[in-house]
Design a protein around this ligand. Sequence first.
Ligand code: SF4
Ligand code: MG
Length: 304
Amino acid sequence: MSLLNVADLVVDHRTPGRPAVRAVAGASLTVAAGEVVGLVGESGCGKSTLARAVCGLVPAAGGAVAFEDRPVTRLGLRRRDPALTRIQMVFQDPYASLNPRRRVGAQIGDGLAAAGDRATTPGEMLERVGLPGGMAERYPHEFSGGQRQRIAIARALAARPSLLIGDEPISALDASAQAQVATLMRNLAVESGAGLLFISHDLSVVRLIADRIAVMYLGKIVETGPTARVWAEPRHPYTQALLRAIPEPDGLGRLPEELPGDVPDPADPPQGCRFHPRCPVAMDVCAEREPAFGPVACWLHPPA
Ligand code: SF4
Ligand code: MG
């Protein structure tokens, strides 16, 4: 059984009186049980929209999402399947996902109830994410940002998901908490046998926790591969530019390079390779024909 299989997914954003924006423009991605996949790309590239389609929160305009071999969306919105409680999401802003008026223990208890778990207490779930169990009686505002994100993770895991999705779960945290929370999410997902789709614009953190990396640009996955290979030997010129934009940890070495040019308007994407207006090694073919193949969608890396 495959855990998550996203095949050629297309998702349109529709705003009245405006042309539809193709936020996800034919993206394919898999996550296996126990696997950690990092999905990276600049903000606005469609990462969150892809995640929302996986949860059945937005309809697909094309392609398919299968979770545990069952269709989540297929050419239009289907009713939310109860099996989808086995997909749990952790969002960027834990304030937005935690109810400020309810004790955190009660909120974690909702997840336990959803999973039919009467044996585990909310306090035990707090301990699993590194917080004292006695804090279950407190309210969200009594915690720091990093602690609140731990609580959101505890609540998500309480529902016993087989797929955990983190949508920029560390972007709002202090640098010191970022790696800790990312590693915690990874460890807890893997321990429980769940797959983890970890979405971030920060390749340097994804690199610490992901088995595989998928790089997204303007609605498409442009490169996928094992983390060590992508980090050491990025093949797509966009992945190479993302890596050059990361500051050296010691602050010496080379200076980070800004990504060239601006992200094009997703309502009017470039013909051919969508990266060609920003690509330092673009060729004539790049402006004419789209490299619609994987695992590296670039005319310099045609499939074998
Ligand atoms: Fe650059 Fe061409 Fe490859 Fe696109 S297909 S990334 S423009 S070389
Ligand atoms: Mg986003």
